[in-house]
Design a protein around this ligand. Structure first.
Ligand SMILES: [Ca+2]
Ligand SMILES: [Ca+2]
Length: 244
């Protein structure tokens, strides 16, 4: 009969399998006999970061564009002077020949004579020339600063008599009071002219200079030809002097 033979075969297989359980040869059992294969599970989680790697080799890309120039540096020290150049060639002869130059000199003398005549006419008209000085007034009443500015515009200076003759010339010209170009503003009692030069001639009135009220630093020419120190705001006839 078939049924008893099949039962006997299955019993032998089961006995064989049970005899091999717990031993190292667990896979020795034929798959076709032990059962169906298992199903793969899901992938595991990512592992931890590894150690930092070594520095890589320099790149091989193109170099960047040059930067803009920096600011200018400090000026260097002056260099040593160069060697002198070669001497130039002699210039051309001038236009003035010997005779012509003589004529130019005579013309110059004529011009000087004419200038002297003009000076004499001015001196006669003004009656105030003495030596090489010519004293002129336009009739304006001014203080020292104003007189200094006006005389300077005409390349003259405020009148300062340096001797008795010049003092007399001014007296005749003004016939009254005038401002002189003198001051002791810097050093009290030490009168100087407007260029700071010490006086070589003085003609003070009696009791002057007295620096009255501690504020008289300018000089007034009086009608009698004497001098008086006055406040610098004082105004009188402005007289300019010109060197001839
Ligand atoms: Ca004074
Ligand atoms: Ca005085």
């Amino acid at each position: 009969m078939m049924f008893p033979k099949l039962f006997l075969l299955l019993s032998m297989v089961a006995l064989f399998c049970s005899a091999t359980e717990g031993s190292e040869a667990t896979n020795s059992c034929p798959v076709t006999v032990c059962g169906s294969p298992g199903i793969n599970s899901l992938p595991g989680r990512d592992g931890r970061d590894g150690p930092k790697g070594d520095k890589g080799e320099p790149g091989v890309g193109q170099r960047g564009m040059p930067g803009t120039p920096g600011p200018l540096g400090m000026v260097g020290e002056r260099g040593a002077p160069g060697f002198p150049g070669q001497k130039g060639s002699k210039g051309d002869t001038g236009n003035c020949a010997a005779d012509d130059c003589g004529l130019a000199i005579s013309e110059k003398k004529a011009f000087q004579d004419q200038l002297d005549r003009i000076k004499n006419v001015l001196s006669f008209a003004l009656g105030a020339k003495d030596g090489k000085k010519l004293f002129i007034t336009k009739g304006d009443l001014m203080n020292l600063d104003q007189a200094k500015e006006m005389c300077g515009k005409f390349q003259g200076s405020v009148a300062v008599p340096t001797n008795a003759e010049e003092n007399e010339a001014i007296k005749k010209l003004v016939n009254g009071e005038a401002i002189l170009g003198l001051t002791d503003e810097k050093n009290e009692g030490q009168f100087v002219d407007l260029r700071g030069r010490t006086l070589t001639y003085q003609n003070w009135n009696d009791g002057e200079p007295n620096n009255d009220n501690f504020g008289e630093n300018c000089v007034l020419f009086l009608k009698n030809g004497k001098w008086n120190d006055v406040d610098c705001s004082h105004t009188a006839l402005a007289v300019c002097e010109f060197l001839l």
